[in-house]
Design a protein around this ligand. Structure first.
Ligand SMILES: Cc1cc2nc3c(=O)[nH]c(=O)nc-3n(C[C@H](O)[C@H](O)[C@H](O)COP(=O)(O)O)c2cc1C
Length: 213
């Protein structure tokens, strides 16, 4: 095992001041998101998604954020997966994006709702055929005997739907996280990082405060 304690880094790529903060946190999210795209950073829409079951037991995984607008952040998944079951029991979640290239972290917290079947169907229909087949044949989160088992299920689905339309399975679809809190963290020298919290007060009114990092 390598000694990991010497791994230290100074954060000095940017700063975030009160003057940089728009009233609507989504504007800052979009600004940082577009800067990541302009820098051609990989997988800019990948985020850690934290959920918890009804007993408060947390779980975490990466998902791809597929739609972002004033209504919230949409990701797609298997509703029978652990995250799907957590959200059924406890419809609250947090998304987190950390980019070491820009030394920035964004978190978004809020309530989560299933999007409509119609919206999920529309998104599903636009996915590549292989992704649609994979969604159908993967019992996400369940124990399976082998990789071969999954590949066989894929081949079976390919045969079943050969030359046919692949309908969205009922266990697959989107969730929308409706933000109530955001934090924006920009790394600074000497660990004196800039960090701001946006808390939703009412409608689209947000209270901004600077937090100790
Ligand atoms: C880069 C990346 C992107 C991913 N995107 C998704 C996604 O959009 N939806 C999804 O259900 N799983 C996605 N996964 C897989 C999840 O991280 C996770 O393994 C899976 O959803 C099962 O999670 P659960 O058992 O906690 O529900 C992604 C994984 C990685 C590494």
């Amino acid at each position: 095992m390598k000694d990991i304690f010497p791994v230290r880094k100074e954060y000095k790529k940017g700063s975030l001041s009160e003057n940089d903060l728009p009233e609507d946190p989504l504007d800052l999210f979009f600004l940082w998101f577009s800067e990541a795209i302009d820098l051609q950073l990989p997988e800019v829409n990948a985020a850690a998604l934290a959920t918890a079951n009804k007993d408060g037991c947390p779980s975490l995984r990466t998902v791809l954020i597929k739609e972002i607008d004033s209504r919230g952040f949409v990701f797609y998944t298997n509703y029978q997966s652990r995250k799907g079951r957590d959200l059924e029991e406890n419809p609250r979640a947090s998304l987190m994006i950390y980019r070491s290239e820009t030394e920035r972290q964004i978190t978004v917290e809020g309530r989560v709702e299933k999007i409509s079947e119609k919206e999920s169907e529309k998104y599903f229909a636009g996915r590549p055929r292989e992704s649609r087949l994979a969604a159908i044949c993967s019992p996400q989160g369940q124990e399976i005997p082998s990789g071969e088992f999954l590949r066989q299920r894929y081949l079976d689905a390919e045969e079943e739907f050969h030359g046919k339309d692949i309908p969205k399975p009922s266990f697959w679809g989107g969730f929308r996280l409706i933000p109530e809190r955001y934090t924006f963290w920009q790394g600074r020298e000497y660990r004196l990082h800039d960090r701001f919290l946006y808390r939703k007060i009412a409608g689209n009114e947000w209270k901004i405060s600077r937090l100790a990092p």
